[in-house]
Design a protein around this ligand. Structure first.
Ligand code: MLT
Length: 239
């Protein structure tokens, strides 16, 4: 199995993912929110790049659709939820669709839509997605969403752990970016450095910390907490 790693969602094109499976990651926090909403019984998460598209989807359907997302990490005016996974409770999202728009994550997911299958990865479902990929056997492209169009260490770290798992259980062949991400993780592990410490100076983590989202960081950086494997198909993400 050949594995390519892209460090930003903008690097993902239909040509790169054609004929392959894609795995999209936005640890802080879009893909963690998606996994949580589905785990808590949302019937689907529908990702949108633009705020107005999400609003239009939910218009007249507010009983059935939860409107969620962020800009600058904060809740959008008139929306039900921001981008904290703790807002997507079973009481709120159970049996309803979530229309979600975020700065980077939902755009990266849309960019991967030409792939055979598009899986949604975060730290919390890392092992479950790895098992799914291993059983598929197809070449894959891992798409880090990045932050504001640039490399983001939290996504690269999650990708590195994910690739480390795949390499341990298969003959996966990584590209330079993949080896770099895996080494970032494994060098930290060998030195006994925890995930939060590896990310201590990263831009997005510190932005969220400064805005009071410390609990989100603990939650989103917890590995293997759930078995859900969200799949993006025909414009919607579901289990
Ligand atoms: C994004 O999609 O850019 C992030 O999920 C932003 C955030 O953490 O709020």
């Amino acid at each position: 199995m050949n594995i390519e790693l892209l460090f930003t969602g903008g690097d993902c094109t239909p040509e790169i993912v054609r004929g392959k499976n894609a795995v999209v990651v936005d640890v802080l926090r879009a893909t963690s929110v998606i996994a949580t909403a589905l785990e808590n019984g949302a019937s689907a998460v529908v990702p949108f790049g633009a705020i107005e598209e999400a609003r239009a989807f939910a218009a007249g359907e507010r009983e059935r659709v939860v409107l969620g997302g962020e800009r600058n990490a904060l809740k959008i005016e008139g929306f039900d939820c921001g981008n904290s996974p703790f807002e997507y409770t079973r009481e709120l999202v159970g049996g309803r669709q979530v229309a979600l728009t975020t700065t980077n994550g939902t755009r990266a997911i849309e960019n991967a839509r030409g792939a055979k299958e598009v899986f949604i990865l975060c730290m919390r479902n890392l092992g479950a997605v790895a098992e799914k990929i291993l059983s598929g056997g197809r070449d894959i492209v891992v798409v880090c969403s990045g932050t504001d169009g640039k490399f983001s260490a939290d996504d690269a770290l999650c990708a590195g752990i994910f690739l480390d798992r795949l390499c341990a259980k298969s003959d996966a062949r990584l590209d330079d970016a993949g080896r770099f991400a895996r080494d970032f993780y494994s060098m930290g592990r060998e030195r006994g450095v925890g995930l939060q410490d590896l990310l201590a100076e990263s831009l997005h983590l510190n932005r969220l910390r400064a805005r009071g989202f410390e609990a989100d960081l603990d939650y989103c950086l917890t590995i293997d907490a759930t078995g859900v494997v969200p799949v993006y198909r025909n414009g919607r993400i579901a289990l």
